[in-house]
Design a protein around this ligand. Structure first.
Ligand SMILES: NC(=O)c1ccc[n+]([C@@H]2O[C@H](COP(=O)([O-])OP(=O)(O)OC[C@H]3O[C@@H](n4cnc5c(N)ncnc54)[C@H](OP(=O)(O)O)[C@@H]3O)[C@@H](O)[C@H]2O)c1
Length: 506
């Protein structure tokens, strides 16, 4: 059911990559599904000068490039809803013009004051634009709601995140802020909630009594591509761990919320973040491993090392791989280690959560079976989305030999259901004002606080090594040492959910 209210959707940074690749194609999908409000206008804003028609033509070719289009007439119908204005982001006078443009738009489209401001600009403008919008009253909600959508990164460290918080909350209420973490828009991430809380069989086991440890991997097989300049100021910890991976930890470890209200879910995630055992500076080298990919040959093709990539300093010490071991000090998780890792130029692109259950108290069927593999529940976020349960089964024949059997479900089995893109889901939520899947201020600050000792150590302590790893491998071998238990190791995920091994199809 479409229950969105009439609104003007303003995108700052409308001439940029994200707008053409993700935002406009996602809004077009909503249009095709009849999910946009009856009266809707999209206003693109950037420094570059375009007429409305030039912007429409640019967006039309973006939609055609990034979506499969059968019918041009739908696109033509959609782009009529688009308008454009250029701006000097630093000049207050520009925002007066913008205000007038929006007032004019409302008049011709007969839309009330409901307005969304999406900041898809360099992060250096995340404080400035909202402040200037407020200076011309575009944060005021007397004539309709106003919402501010912010792309990651939400700060660079705790200090800058606190500064950004002060800048935003000076003129805007927390309820008006939507921080996009596109991971949370993925169906399979949301399915973590459904898997846990709609099945009576998992939740009773979901604690320290039955779970040995939890492993979360998010790997990419590509390098930094054209984003070397940006990435070199960021690194794996800031780019992936602070936001995406810790959000996945939050959904995996949270208590059941009292309802599906955004506040109830976000409160539970925040409690998880507040329960992270603080990391001591002196422990960083033992619980956090960083690495950087080196030139190597993958499938007969030589690929560059990180320091040879465009936009990257030849002396860069930015990590392209990070692995961490940590604890959540609460009743549910006391003593259960969490292992997370992420990296670029790893063997395959995969994101998954692996729940490693404890062994039976007494193992009757002695043999060479890796106890680590006995009972795992793998929740695959991408690709080959689905879940896999590994259980011991009797090998046919004499005796009692046990072997692992896989029970798996693939999202692709829901063949008649279309899976919306993450941006499609999240943008629709911003239109409806549903903040469930958006990070709120305290979460962001807690995440930065938790990682600060690692950030500082990696920056200041030259004794903490940065390990090189050949592109196409699973990162520095030292990451294996994080898992201290005998016979335990990181899972080697493959493209196919059910495969597990060093030599599988990648
Ligand atoms: N692309 C992605 O997949 C992705 C993923 C996650 C997060 N993000 C975040 O989303 C935001 C937008 O990403 P993007 O890839 O679209 O970036 P982009 O292509 O580099 O630029 C976005 C827009 O900002 C404007 N801009 C660039 N430099 C500026 C400056 N110094 N002052 C004022 N305006 C400037 C550009 O337009 P004009 O030059 O016309 O003003 C452009 O329209 C960034 O914060 C990025 O970190 C992007």
């Amino acid at each position: 059911m479409n229950n969105t209210e009439n609104q003007v959707y303003v995108i700052f940074g409308a001439s940029g990559d994200l707008t053409k690749r993700k935002l406009v194609p996602a809004i077009y999908s909503l249009f095709v599904q009849n999910l946009l409000p009856e009266k809707f206008a999209l206003l693109g804003v950037s420094r570059t000068e375009f007429s409305d028609n030039e912007f429409r033509a640019k967006m039309k070719s973006a939609i055609k490039e990034f979506k499969e289009i059968d019918d041009d007439s739908m696109v033509d119908e959609f782009i009529k809803k688009m308008f454009y204005t250029s701006i000097n982001f630093n000049e207050t006078a520009s925002y007066k013009n913008l205000n007038e443009k929006i007032i004019g738009l409302r008049k011709i489209t007969n839309i009330s004051g409901n307005t969304i401001f999406y900041l898809s600009t360099p992060p250096s403008l995340y404080g400035l634009i909202p402040q200037n919008l407020a200076a011309v009253g575009l944060n005021k909600q007397d004539d309709g709601w106003k919402r501010l959508i912010i792309e990651k990164p939400f700060g660079y460290d705790l200090k800058s995140a606190l500064k950004l918080k002060d800048e935003l909350l000076k003129d805007w209420d927390e309820e008006q802020l939507f921080r996009i973490d596109h991971y949370l828009g993925k169906e399979t991430v949301q399915n973590l909630l459904v898997t846990r809380f709609s099945n009576g069989i998992f939740e009773p086991l979901w604690n320290r009594n039955f779970i040995h440890h939890i492993e979360i991997t998010s790997s990419e097989n590509i390098g930094v591509e054209k984003r070397g300049g940006y990435y070199d100021t960021s690194g794996a910890l800031r780019d992936m761990v602070q936001n995406h991976l810790l959000q996945v930890v939050g959904l995996t470890a949270m208590e059941p919320p009292s309802s599906l209200q955004p506040i109830a879910i976000r409160n539970e995630i925040l409690k998880v973040f507040q329960s992270f055992r603080p990391i001591k500076k002196e422990d960083v080298k033992d619980i956090a491993i960083r690495g950087q990919y080196l030139s190597s040959s993958i499938k007969g093709k030589t690929v560059s090392g990180y320091r040879e990539e465009d936009g990257v300093s030849p002396e860069s010490v930015t990590e392209t791989y990070a692995a961490l071991k940590f604890y959540i000090d609460n009743w549910r998780w006391g003593g259960v280690p969490f292992y997370i890792r992420t990296g670029k130029r790893l063997p395959t692109r995969v994101t998954e959560v692996v729940i490693h259950f404890k062994q039976t108290p007494h193992f009757l069927f002695a043999q060479n079976r890796l106890c680590d593999d006995c009972n795992q529940l793998v929740i695959r976020i991408q690709p080959d989305e689905g879940i896999l349960l590994k259980i011991g089964m009797k090998t046919p024949g004499a005796g009692f030999e046990v072997q692992n059997a896989n029970m798996n479900f693939h999202y692709s089995d829901f063949t008649n259901q279309r899976i919306p893109s993450a941006y499609e889901r999240l943008l629709y939520d911003t239109m409806k004002g549903d903040a469930t899947l958006f990070a709120r201020t305290e979460e962001v600050l807690e995440a930065w606080k938790f990682l600060t000792p690692i950030i500082e150590c990696w920056k200041n302590d030259e004794d903490v090594p940065l390990f090189g790893y050949p592109a196409g491998t699973w990162g520095p071998e030292h990451a294996d040492d994080l898992i201290e238990e005998k016979e335990m190791r990181w899972r080697y995920p493959c493209k196919n959910l059910a495969d597990d091994g060093v030599y599988c199809e990648l």
